[in-house]
Design a protein around this ligand. Structure first.
Ligand code: ADP
Ligand code: MG
Length: 421
């Protein structure tokens, strides 16, 4: 299938109402339309979904989209149905459907109405579904959140490991599209190996967030007072403060409230109603600050979060990048401040000690990297990007002066022979 750029742009406009592609989207889509295996690595919010949705809508047959979360799939299906009168244009196939619903889904696929079929890996591995899907026309298989394949990723799901075998059974030479926001070379290798996509064309966007300022402060017993001072200096601005434990979340939220800061706590121990109440208060700007465990943030899109504070060091650079990435989505300032004490690292190590050995080894290796980040005197942006396999010019690169080390370089310790003598 060969398409001019004009064709592509008019389809983009027609289906999604956008007049421009974002970043690498156009090249990615061209590659998918040509029937090639494709590997897409873009930060969260980069626009990965459109990379497979648009070609799926344009191609003959049904595209299968493998995704780990039912909620994510439902959102996408609703969005796609919103752009077309054809209700059957997108479906989710899962075990919660009634017999009648399954029959309708299969009919829509057979009749060529369904362009996007979302499935969780465990549904795709079901024999009856494999039997059905191998007899219909498929355009390609997109594996979203492909890092779930890797134990080095932040969300390992063993069922993702069986995907290659299943896809082979669905037909010959079905193109595979892998997509992830995980930029670490180790995870990428795992994805390519596991999905058997050694010939895939790789599209990797930059992970640099030049508007974010990175800072690490030593964590002393005055940390709460330091946080209060910081928040007061940023009064009226929205911010997230991450803590490791639910207990600390509640304590710190209270300390802030007592000190006149409008703050709510958030963690998975609250019931759904309370959680969504606090979340809405933050989104509607009834409060400035949410103090939260990492349960807060997935899928939250508040563009003007001005600071993200880590009261405790996170468990990996990957997590730190994701969590700080919620600041400055609108391109405006975003201050990312982490408090660091080695004691906290030992706490995290203790957490892991009950886990299987292989998992502990990976966990500890990831932890050592975040320790190195906290202790480094080099450009923090360079450190993070290097971890993601990306070069960064700490003198002229975009955002080069946006971290504590770049602003206040530590004096280099040099051997001075004459002084030593
Ligand atoms: P990702 O999966 O990479 O995290 P999404 O696919 O969820 O990102 O897209 C993030 C946001 O970007 C969505 O709100 C989407 O509608 C928007 N978006 C995607 N492509 C474009 C585009 N070409 N122009 C404008 N907005 C876009
Ligand atoms: Mg996505």
């Amino acid at each position: 299938m060969s398409l001019t750029n004009t064709d592509l742009h008019s389809s983009l406009k027609k289906y999604f109402g956008f007049s421009k592609f974002k970043g690498l989207q156009e090249d990615v889509i061209q590659n998918i339309l040509s029937g090639n295996d494709t590997f897409v690595i873009m930060p969260t919010g980069g626009g990965k979904s459109l990379c497979y949705q648009l070609p799926a809508l344009m191609k003959e047959g049904t595209a299968i989209v493998v995704s780990p979360l039912i909620a994510l799939m439902k959102n996408q299906v609703d969005a796609i149905r919103g752009i077309s009168e054809q209700h059957g244009i997108a479906h989710v196939l899962n075990s919660s459907l009634t017999k009648t619903e399954v029959k309708q889904v299969k009919e829509d696929i057979t009749n060529g109405v369904t362009k996007l079929l979302y499935v969780a890996p465990e549904s795709l591995t079901k024999e009856e579904n494999v039997d059905f899907l191998r007899n219909v026309e498929l355009s390609f298989v997109a594996v979203d959140e492909a890092h779930c394949i890797s134990e080095w990723g932040h969300d390992f799901r063993p069922e993702y490991r069986n995907l290659r075998g299943i896809i082979d059974r669905l037909g010959d030479n079905i193109p595979i599209i892998g997509l992830t926001a995980t930029a670490t070379p180790k995870v990428q290798e795992d994805i390519i190996k596991n999905l058997g996509m050694t010939d895939a064309k790789v599209f990797k966007a930059s992970f640099n967030r030049p508007n974010l300022f990175y800072e690490v402060r030593p964590k002393t017993k005055n940390v709460d007072a330091d946080i209060i001072r910081f928040v007061k200096q940023n009064q009226g601005k929205s911010g997230i403060i991450y803590c490791l434990s639910r207990k600390r979340v509640e304590e710190l939220a209270q300390v802030l409230q007592v000190n006149g800061v409008s703050a709510v706590p958030y963690h998975a121990g609250f019931d759904a109603k309370t959680r969504s109440k606090y979340q809405d208060m933050f989104l509607m700007e009834e409060v400035d600050v949410v103090v939260a465990t990492i349960a807060f943030g997935m899928g939250i899109d508040k563009p003007d979060v001005r600071f993200v504070i880590h009261h405790d060091i996170p468990k990996s650079i990957e997590s730190y990048y994701q969590e700080t990435g919620r600041a400055g989505r609108d391109g405006g300032e975003g201050h990312c401040l982490a408090y660091y004490a080695y004691k906290d690292v030992e706490k995290l190590e203790k957490f892991m000690s009950g886990k299987p050995v292989a998992e502990q080894e990976i966990g500890n290796a990831l932890l050592q990297e975040i320790v190195a980040y906290a202790e480094t005197s080099m450009s923090r942006r360079k450190f993070i990007l290097h971890y993601f396999g990306e070069d960064f010019d700490e003198v002229n690169g975009e955002g080069a002066d946006m971290d504590d080390n770049a602003r206040n370089p530590k004096p280099k310790v040099e051997a001075q022979e004459d002084v030593v003598k």
